[in-house]
Structures are given as C-alpha cells and as structure tokens.
Design a protein around this ligand. Sequence first.
Ligand SMILES: [Mg+2]
Length: 372
Amino acid sequence: MARLRGGGGRDVRLLVQGDSLGPGMERMLLAAWGLALRGHEVRWLGRNAPRAAASPEARLVRDHHEPDRRGADIVIGSDRALGAAALSGWRAGAHGMVAALDPARRKAWSPLERWCWSSLDSRAMVEETARDLASAPASALEPERLESWSPEAPPEAPEIAHPDVDRLERACERSLARRRGEGLSPAVFLDRDGTLVVEKGYLADPDDIELIPGVPEALYALRQAGYPIEVISNQSGVGRGLFPLSSVHRAMGRLRNLLRPYGVEIDAVHFCPHLPDSGCGCRKPGIELLERAARDLRLSLRQSVMIGDKLLDIRTGHRARALSILVRTGYGRDEERSLGGAGIEARPDHAFDDLAAAVSWILARERVGRWE
Ligand SMILES: [Mg+2]
C-alpha cells in the first residue's frame, strides 16, 4: 500500500471517521491505526482516536474539525454511522469510502444509508465467514466491492504487521485505482535496496534508510507525469530469521516519511518475506507481486517498466513483459560486469548510472514499456 496516490498530483490522505468506530468496530479501528504505523498519513476525526503514536513512523493526526475540500481521498468508517462517514467524506472531497460492514444489517439499511453508500466509491470490509452472506441477492453488494478481513484473530493492540492492515491497505488502493478510469495504466516498478536507498545488506533498522541522491526528485517527476510508483522488494531477512516482519513495515514507513517532504507518495509497497529456496512465486524474479499490484491498481504490465540494481530485477521485468532497466547504484555496476556470462533473460533493455538518469530517459519518451 502501500502508499496511495491521489488524483491531480496531490497527496493521498486517509480520513478516519472515528465516531463511526465505536464498540464492536475495534477491528477497523486497529487496522486504520496500523495504516498510520506504516507511515500512511491518517487524519482521525471525532472520537475513538488512538491517544499516542506507537512508533516514530506513525503518521496520525487527531482532528476535531472537518477538513476542508480536497482534504482527503478516502474516508474510513463503518455501517454504524454510514451517514456520518459519507458526510465527512463529501466535505473532505474524498473519492472513496471503505467501511466495516455487517452484512446482516445491510438488508435493513434505510434509503438514506443506501444512498450514502452509493454516493462514494465504497468498499465493504466484512468478516471472511460473512462473505457469502454479503454477496447474497438480499444484501445486493457487488462482489468486487467486498473485501474480507484476514482469517487471523484481530490483535489486542495495533500491530503494524497484522494481515488485517494488509487487507485494509489493499481495499484503499483498489478504491483509489478506480478513479483512474477504465483503462489500464503504465506504472514504474522499483526495487528498494540499491535502487531507491543505499544498499546496506539486510537493512532492517528504519534509521538505516538513506535515500540515494536524486531519488526524491526522480520519483516526484514520475508522479507528476502520472506514473503509479510501486516498490517491489525481496526481504528474505524475514525468512532467514534476521528480523521480524514488523521491521520491514517500519523501514518502508520510514521510506514513505522521508519522501513525503518532496511531495512523493508511493502508490504501493509489495515485498516477499520468504527464503530464496521456499518455492514461493512472490520472490523476484517471480512476478506474483507485480501481477497482484497490476490487478489491484489496474495496471498494464506490458506498458510498465521495472527498475533495479540486480539481474534478478531485470529477469523480473522480462518475465512480466515490462521494460527492464538496470541502475548502476547498489550492486548494479558489479551486476553489469557479470553480464558476459548471463543469458538473454538477464540482459537489461537499458542501463543508467542511477534512478535520476533512468527517469529522465523515461520521461523523454512518449510512453514506456514494450508495447509490441
Ligand atoms: Mg536491490
């Protein structure tokens, strides 16, 4: 998630309608808090706001006043106060609403509640066991607007790595992607270590995140040109037991927070925590993460570009049929030297000294990708 991208070049902001997250809605409350822990900018309106940030990366602002127009892109609430959530969303100029929902109540919605639901691009978070009920004719919720919570029990306290936060993050991304219209967009997929940030080997401490010079400006230029920015990262340190999943989320949150002053929001972060020999499909050069991002954010892989400092990033791009670019930061220069013995699948379409040079080249073209 992910950082979400708003329309018109503005930052994406999440507005939580706290008054609608009273007793019984703790699952949504904790997941929304988890988004703030991951470095998303979250404004919390009304009651039930968390009292203190639980990590230095948390980006949570308590607010007792409705934000003005263009103050948020997504409003988060529940069906306990659907009208209040929708009203806050309209006032903030939000495009979408993600609401925790009890499908059993749906049949009894008033005409006003139904209208509030349909007045924004709304998505429902339901218990997994209630999905069938929610898509039953009597409830009449479109299946594509249904998202389920994880099968895991909700946490006692906010947890940055809890799968419920993933589920809510993806729901917000999908809601935002719909605003781009029906067509598929090209995107820029970026490796993290050695491409965006200085390679430090199994980086886990957020304080070790150090942007490579020129990266913020390059990402800003990409974003202004309308390219969704997707970070795709192998984080096998988790599988190796070197650091927990929460460290990866905290480091990604730090990356978001370092980029925000430059006007850059990352549209989505996807990473593989598994060991290289785990046989998973999500570790690069597997393309499962790119395919997942493409589904969620309505992207065309073939019109997209993959940029990284390793030959496995290049293989990933080729397998996804995207344009593959090697940067000579991180391991890039050494990887380029080793190309002599590498097969055609590892050969980049282009190589540049750093991300800034790669982005300048991309933006000088009418479009990226193979588009053959
Ligand atoms: Mg790398």
